[in-house]
Design a protein around this ligand. Structure first.
Ligand code: MIC
Ligand code: SF4
Length: 643
């Protein structure tokens, strides 16, 4: 077996390990972050479970840390109190970005981790099977429920050779994205194997596993080896180490080989992470802003390489350089060893350890800016400045670019950038608040400020569904299009009515008003609809606006699950040409839909009443998913099952 199959087999609760079929697995650990967490905990509370049943659940506060009003602070207090009550550890703001901290302090090789954030696969860097999901799925897992998923194919990515000077782990994952595209990983786990793996440190592996999310993959995973042991030992938790690897290098559904020694510095150009070119070919374009940080590239070693490049130099006068070290641990170590002073000396603007600019929480660049960033997503408008173009690179490329003011290939640097892993990381978990003891739950009062609004619930599916095609969209629509998030909107993640006025506005500003006037209807989209974030709001807000179904050429994994969990039908065109036939505001209908779903039919008729045409759309559902669509979502379905 390969490593993915081994971990799945050890956690299997139902189904068989046959790719494409439904399986369910036991979840050992969960993580939430604040921007998806408020909703996940409201849903957890609605389930009526006293205490989490996982081995460890952590609630991080790392996204909405810009406090320009009471909203984010209200959410923080809600999360901290709800966590304390129900057996969940709470990582306070300032402790760091969830994925970085989880890797440092809590991740355990061989365990399963379910997180309400699409970059949860970062844990694959230490051999965890770490999967991103919607908040409701995570709430169910916290309550001890199984996680249902499609059994993935496993792709072996064989690494051979060694990276050359100036080439980084980020360039490896950019190369994978260049080859496979943002939909190349759908339905697959990327398992890294081969002699090149041993040359990569844990943070480097984590960078690759993290950005594997951009492939649409279920997750990515590395073996747990002596490098992993040394990392865990330096984190003072060697007892968590177990050696893990695939039995055979041939145990894969597909194989890809990458010779690390042939790679060069790469860059993903606006507005997609797979729009990859060599730094050399893009050439010395003028740069206005550089951001170094995010869960992709903010480890101690990343930051030390940056400090080395910046030491004794000055940031180009036309560039704003912002740096966000990934965790309190990283920032403290930089402060103690003087690297922070080197960054400040060069003119860097230091941010708290949080997501920050990666999710548009501050530092939006100027009009038409070129911003070079080390994070993982460069989706349209995500930075908060729609006219800006975001270029994704390694830390090395970003740091040298900040000095020269133009996109620069770091191979020109004449310095040794090897940063050995420290013998010991500085461990101080005093910003992780433990929950009350079992039995003492009643002693904690959960505090809800005025920003905490109830979440929308779907309703039982009617006999027939009809409505207009309220919006027709192209391929690769991201969750940042569906439910934009930035400093102005993130504070309202627990306020769906407020958010509804911004739904899909990056595609069409008139959409929310139209959806409200029509009292809901249908969405029509191209392929890979809903790629990107795990944010359930991309389903909850359309639900609030009355969206009953999305007809698309194909869907991204997490978003598709979020739609079904909320009772919205994800319909796939059997013949993609039918997509071309639909115009915006055509009247669509699903006649006899309830009876068809009850009968287990997977091929349904989508009627275009305006054109007088019938299309065949596919809605393959498992029994459980059928129950959710009929009941109007997972929570209603669970209530039905329990009554
Ligand atoms: C992201 O990187 O897009 C986010 C913000 O971390 C999201 C979660 C969210 O939308 O709150 C993700 O990756 O799932
Ligand atoms: Fe935070 Fe950005 Fe990572 Fe999402 S991708 S978890 S916003 S740092």
């Amino acid at each position: 077996m390969n490593l993915t199959q081994k971990i799945l087999a050890a956690h299997l609760l139902s189904g068989e390990l046959v790719p494409g079929t439904e399986i369910s697995i036991r979840i050992d650990q969960t993580l939430t972050q604040d921007s998806t967490g408020t909703m996940a905990y409201l849903q957890f509370e609605a389930m009526g479970v006293d205490r989490v049943k996982t081995r460890k659940s952590v609630a991080y506060i790392d996204h909405n840390t810009l406090q320009t009003g009471f909203e984010n602070a209200d959410d923080h207090q809600y999360i901290q109190t709800v966590a304390k009550k129900h057996g969940i550890f709470c990582s306070k703001p300032g402790n760091g970005i969830c994925h970085q901290v989880q890797l440092e302090r809590f991740g355990v090789p061989g365990l399963t981790l379910l997180g309400s954030d699409s970059h949860t696969p970062t844990g694959g860097g230490i051999g965890m099977l770490a999967i991103g999901a919607g908040g409701l799925d995570v709430a169910v897992a916290m309550g001890g429920g199984a996680y249902f998923m499609t059994c993935p194919k496993v792709v072996g990515i064989k690494l051979v050779g060694q990276l050359q000077k100036g080439v980084a782990a980020k360039d490896i994952i950019l190369e994978v994205l260049r080859r496979l595209s943002v939909k190349g990983g759908v339905g697959k786990v990327m398992e890294y194997i081969g002699p090149g793996v041993a040359t990569l440190t844990v943070p480097e592996r984590a960078t690759i596993a993290n950005m594997g999310a951009e492939l649409g993959a279920t997750t990515s995973i590395f073996p747990s080896d002596e490098v992993t042991r040394a990392f865990l030992k330096a984190q003072k938790r060697e007892e968590d180490f177990v050696p893990l690897a695939a039995d055979e290098i041939t145990a894969y559904d597909e194989m890809i080989e990458i010779d690390l020694s042939t790679l060069v510095p790469l860059v993903a150009r606006p507005h997609m992470p797979d729009n990859v070119e060599t730094v050399e070919n893009v050439g010395p374009i003028k740069v206005d802003q550089v951001f170094i940080g995010s869960c992709t590239n903010s480890s101690y070693q990343d930051m030390m390489r940056v400090a080395k490049i910046l030491k004794g130099k000055t940031v180009h006068p036309d560039v704003s350089l912002v740096i966000g070290p990934g965790s309190k641990q990283v920032l403290t170590m930089l402060a103690r060893n003087g690297a922070l002073a080197d960054m400040l000396g060069a003119g860097a603007r230091i941010l708290e350890s949080a997501c920050g600019p990666c999710i548009g929480m501050g530092q939006s660049p100027k009009t038409n800016a070129v911003s070079v960033r080390t994070n993982n997503r460069n989706f349209y408008a995500r930075s908060g400045t729609a006219s800006a173009g975001i270029y994704l690179t390694s830390c090395e490329t970003a740091a040298i670019t900040a000095l020269t003011g133009v996109l620069t290939d770091p191979r020109c640097l004449d310095m040794d950038l090897t940063i050995p892993q420290p013998e010991e990381f500085e461990v101080n978990d005093n910003l992780v608040i433990p929950p009350v003891e079992a039995g003492a739950e009643d002693t904690v009062e959960v505090v809800r400020g005025p920003n905490i609004q109830p979440f929308p619930l779907g309703h039982t599916l009617e006999a027939d569904v009809a409505g207009k095609a309220l919006l027709k969209m192209e391929d690769n629509i991201t969750t940042d299009h569906i439910m934009p998030s930035n400093a102005k909107l993130l504070p309202y993640r627990s306020n769906v009515p407020y958010l509804s006025d911004f739904c899909l506005t990056p595609v069409d500003e008139t959409f929310p008003a139209r959806a409200k006037a029509e009292k809901g209807g249908f969405l029509v989209a191209g392929s890979n609809y809903g790629q990107g974030s795990s944010r359930e709001h991309a389903a909850l807000v359309p639900l609030y606006l009355g969206i009953r179904a999305v007809a698309a050429k194909s869907f991204a994994r997490i978003h598709q699950a979020n739609l079904i969990n909320n009772g919205i039908m994800p319909l796939t065109f059997q013949d993609e040409k039918d997509y071309d036939d639909i115009d915006m505001m055509d009247e669509l209908a699903l006649p006899g839909i309830r009876a068809a779903i009850e009968a287990g039919e997977e091929k349904l008729t989508l009627r275009n009443v305006t054109k007088g045409h019938d299309y065949t759309v596919l809605l393959p559902l498992t029994e459980r998913q059928r129950g959710m669509i009929l009941a109007g979502g997972l929570l209603n379905y669970t209530k039905e099952c329990n009554s």
